[in-house]
Design a protein around this ligand. Structure first.
Ligand code: ATP
Ligand code: MG
Length: 565
């Protein structure tokens, strides 16, 4: 292996190879100019992150440019809040588009002129058939379509009608503009596709200037052309649209980018469709687009994902020509790996059980040293208060413990992290038999540096000092869907049946070590033994801080898959 290969850690993909070849052959004068073209009709999801990393990543890698372009051609579905959220998400992922944001709506006048040009060339006509009739005339993949009775309107009549469409003389759906290509084409997209439709709705940027709007197929390629895009990268479902993309650009005789398709990301146990995610929001199955259970970028951010972990995920899944489904475990693995390197380790008791150390002096408080991150020596250490009354995790005590339970049980010993060895002497219960408190003794010589510090004890527990601990709320999340592919569900209109009723558990009485009271929204931590958590970005002003569990310490997906099968 030569030196160059050793240092080239980026796995390649077929689009990168196309770009490299084009640079080598000087196809675009060596330029690389991509774009990310979201429709502002919802928040971005992890599938979009794949496209963002690909488009911006290629531009970065080859010294090119990537445009952020809003494909805003449907005023009934699009809103400025979505524009703003998309801007925020792309920035947060770590990408930069220069000074200018592009909007397809900025090209409406040019697109209109091009439509007129097609009419004049007698390759476009105004159609009076209804949407249903157009569908009936379209034929099937095995059967040719039928020409519309309006197909042979004169150029003059078409120009007049199209102008009157623009002037608002006709109702929504009364007329459309179609390309005149071939109703017998083997490709349904070439059977006189619709180019323009009437929508009398207020547009978030152009207001009421327009009442006709270009279809995706008429807007997209021409926008690419205007921006002199070199590689127009889109998902596989547009492969059959490529002949139309090429036809329109060639017929208009304008700059011609190359469309390249790749497989979209599918992720198990979730949905990657803005339409369906909107349904979850509107039907209130989740608390909003940024609910930490959502596969949206804003949801993942609030959950505790880092931009680095998402970019790493997008690099690892690669770019292919064939559709496949990626396991959620991989996404979580990328986050765990990233946070393992940099998250501070702190102690939080999620379901507290009181422990009283009967031989510890009343009123005494010690400040014990605990490392902030054993993976990162530079992270240093901090002081944590220790006193006579502590909390440990309820699940760390068992009255009738099996042999292999290496936590606390009557007569057994455990080590408290960065503190002493304790022994359970007595279990206190309330009148209904619930355990309310443990009476323990501690070994005063067992802390770091003490005579018995080296004693071999199997279990080490996390804890907090009762008197010093702060209260917190912790939200535990698990998979939102019980089905591996909820989108495939026959009754998919009813998302409810595929939802996991236990996807959110709220723990209101958690006790966290004092340092966590200063957590800033968005700060991420490892709560020792409990997982990685993120200070919630929305609820930080409420009385007690709220922490979202980002990910467990170990992969739990094998268990979930087994349960589901
Ligand atoms: P959705 O079905 O979620 O609405 P979309 O493709 O309609 O997705 P757009 O806003 O049009 O959403 O997408 C912007 C870009 O992101 C497009 O280039 C699209 O191909 C890409 N994209 C969307 N979903 C995915 C995905 N799951 N994997 C990879 N790329 C995607
Ligand atoms: Mg779309």
């Amino acid at each position: 292996m030569n030196k160059e290969n050793e240092t080239d850690v980026t796995p390649s993909n077929f689009i990168r190879e196309v770009v490299k070849d084009d640079i080598a052959s000087n196809k675009w004068e060596g330029r690389v100019h991509t774009r990310f073209p979201p429709e502002p009709n919802g928040f971005l999801h992890i599938g979009h992150a794949k496209s963002i990393c690909l488009n911006f990543g290629l531009a970065d890698e080859f010294g090119g440019q990537c445009n952020l372009r809003f494909d805003d051609t449907n005023p009934t579905k699009e809103e400025d809040v979505y524009v703003q959220s998309i801007i925020e998400d792309v920035k947060w992922l770590g990408f930069d588009w220069g000074d200018k944001i592009y909007y397809t709506s900025d090209y409406f006048a040019q697109l209109y002129d091009w439509a007129v040009q097609l009419i004049k060339a007698d390759v476009a006509y105004v159609e009076d058939l209804s949407a249903d009739e157009i569908r009936e005339h379209r034929g099937t993949p095995t059967q040719a379509g039928k020409d519309s009775p309006f197909r042979n309107r004169s150029v003059e009549e078409n120009l007049d009608l199209f102008e009157r469409m623009k002037n608002g003389e006709f109702a929504d759906g009364a007329k459309v503009l179609r390309a005149k290509i071939d109703m017998a084409s083997g490709n349904l997209n070439m059977r006189d596709p619709v180019l323009y439709r009437i929508i009398k709705a207020h547009h978030h940027r152009t207001g009421d200037t327009w009442c006709i709007y270009p279809m995706y197929d008429f807007a997209h390629g021409q926008s690419d052309s205007i921006e002199t895009i070199t590689h127009s990268i889109c998902t596989l479902e547009f492969e059959d649209h490529r002949p139309l993309y090429d036809w329109i650009i060639d017929t208009l005789d304008v700059y011609h980018p190359q469309q390249i398709e790749f497989a979209r990301l599918n992720l198990a146990y979730t949905l990657l469709s803005k339409r369906k995610l909107l349904q979850l929001v509107e039907e209130k199955h989740v608390a909003g687009w940024d609910d930490p259970r959502m596969p949206t970028i804003s949801g993942l951010r609030r959950r505790g994902y880092t931009p680095e972990s998402i970019r790493d995920f997008c690099e690892r899944i690669g770019v292919a020509k064939a559709n496949s489904t990626v396991e959620m475990a991989l996404l979580e693995h990328c986050l765990r790996e990233d946070l393992n390197k940099r998250a501070l380790r702190l102690m939080a008791v999620l379901r507290p059980l009181k422990v009283v150390l009967v031989n510890y002096p009343e009123g005494q408080v010690e400040e014990l040293d605990s490392p902030n991150n054993p993976e990162d020596p530079e992270a240093g250490s901090r002081k944590i208060p220790f006193s006579r009354e502590l909390y440990i995790e309820q699940e760390d005590f068992m009255e009738d413990a099996p042999k292999k339970f290496f936590r606390l049980a009557p007569g057994k010993e455990v080590r408290l992290k960065s503190a002493y060895i304790i022994k359970c002497e007595e279990v206190i219960k309330d009148s209904s038999g619930n355990i309310t408190e443990l009476r323990c003794t501690y070994d005063p010589d067992s802390k770091s540096g003490g005579a018995t510090a080296g004693r071999k004890i199997k279990g080490t527990l996390h804890w907090v000092s009762a008197q010093h601990a702060k209260s917190a709320e912790v939200r535990m999340y698990s998979h939102l869907f019980t089905k591996e592919n909820p989108a495939d569900d026959k009754e998919s209109s009813d998302l409810k049946s595929a939802l996991n009723p236990e996807s959110l558990e709220i723990l209101k009485d958690c006790k966290v070590e004092p340092a966590l009271a200063e957590a800033q929204p968005g700060d991420r931590f490892q709560f020792l033994r409990m997982g990685y958590f993120c200070a919630d970005a929305k609820n930080y002003l409420s009385t007690a801080p709220v922490f979202n569990r980002a990910v467990t310490l170990r992969d739990t997906w094998a268990k979930i898959a087994k349960k589901g099968s």
